[in-house]
Design a protein around this ligand. Structure first.
Ligand code: CAA
Ligand code: NAD
Length: 294
């Protein structure tokens, strides 16, 4: 089921203060997009280096807006103050909603979600930015699964409009409605989608990626394929897009979707990409994937 228009459900809350777990590609982008629209976001990670990267990206984006005359310096400073980078849970008891954006690994997410639930208010919402894992599967360790919902943002978060809102079996309509309202407040276009591996968009994207990696395995030059797909009208070719997403994340997502639809995706990951993961050629985040990055 997919619906665009969504009436506000009883018990839905307006997100006035948010938090993000994980300051990586997605967590950093979500915290920035939230603060930009006036909803301050605490950003927690386990690595100071990742927090620095997330804040550095926000600084760069804000400086560009100021340089282009789109944002006054004092407004940019206020947005920046809204992003609070931290290694602990300070202040999490006061937030309305937390977006979990750590690695796409169910064991790690289970541990992180259970810990997070014990640090927030009983009625606060936990949203997961998982790309592919079912909400019902992720909800297993939670004492309050009615407050748990999927909120799948796309990369790069500051520019991609769509957010998939995923309702698990136990997710309350108030939680769905709160997530929809938060997405709208961030200037995004939410759609409510079914809880299945890969939801809506990644079922299509992964099928594309698999077709692309099969072409490469058949001997195609990935740069030529990228150029052809750009000429066809895609904003970026499949190899470049994989570098943007991150080969590690892409491989987790692909495996979850292959396990979810074994009859349609018999091979979990293609040799060429498996090799790239083995060699830590994750894409832009490690400076090398299909392409090299300075
Ligand atoms: N962060 C913030 N802003 C960015 C950005 C980034 N990483 N990259 C580009 N932008 C901004 C630019 O600053 C520019 O802003 P203004 O219009 O305000 O000046 C705007 O986006 C357009 O940028 P460009 O003209 O330089 O580049 P473009 O025309 O190629 O557009 C793009 C950029 C919108 C990202 C486009 O390349 C695109 O749509 N790429 C495909 C992205 C995609 O498919 N993402 C999905 C990944 S899969 C996923 O997210 C799901 C998952 O679970 C794995
Ligand atoms: P990433 O590798 O860039 O960042 C993950 C971050 O989580 C790292 O900074 C890591 O230090 C941190 N982390 C790990 N364990 C933690 C913990 N216990 N507490 C707090 N932080 C912890 O990954 P990403 O690409 O941002 O992906 C994050 C999530 O978003 C995944 O579920 C992924 O599937 C999903 N997603 C990714 C994309 C994409 O294009 N990369 C798009 C949409 C959704």
């Amino acid at each position: 089921k997919l619906c665009r228009a969504h009436a506000r459900a009883d018990g839905a809350r307006t997100v006035k203060a948010a938090a993000v777990l994980g300051a990586g590609i997605m967590g950093g982008g979500i915290a920035f997009a939230s603060a930009l629209k006036g909803v301050p976001a605490r950003m927690k990670d386990i690595a100071q280096g990742q927090l620095d990267l997330g804040c550095g990206e926000a600084d760069k984006l804000l400086a560009r807006q100021v340089r282009l005359g789109r944002l006054a310096q004092d407004k940019a400073d206020a947005v920046r103050r809204g992003i609070v980078a931290q290694l602990d849970y300070a202040g999490f008891g006061q937030v309305d909603l937390v977006v979990e954006a750590v690695v796409e690994n169910i064991k790690v997410k289970h541990a992180v979600l259970a810990e997070l639930e014990s640090r927030i208010a009983d009625d606060a919402i936990i949203a997961t930015n998982t790309s592919s894992l079912r909400i019902d599967d992720l909800a297993v360790p939670l004492a309050r699964p009615h407050n748990f919902v999927g909120m799948h943002f796309f990369n790069p978060v500051p520019v991609m409009p769509l957010v998939e809102i995923v309702k698990g079996e136990k997710t309350s309509m108030a939680a769905v409605s709160t997530a929809v309202g938060y997405a709208v407040a961030m200037g995004k276009t939410p759609i409510v989608v079914k809880d299945c591996p890969g939801f809506l968009v990644n079922r299509i994207l992964i099928a594309n990626n698999r077709a692309f990696s099969q072409l490469v395995a058949d001997g195609a030059d990935f740069e030529q394929v990228d150029r052809a797909m750009e000429d066809f009208g895609w904003p970026m070719g499949p190899a470049y897009l994989m570098d943007v997403v991150g080969m590690d994340t892409g491989s987790h997502v692909s495996n979850v979707i292959a396990a979810g639809y074994p009859e349609r995706m018999t091979r979990s990951w293609d040799d060429v990409l498996e090799l790239m993961v083995e060699q830590k050629r994750f894409g832009q985040k490690t400076g090398i994937g299909f392409y090299r990055y300075e």
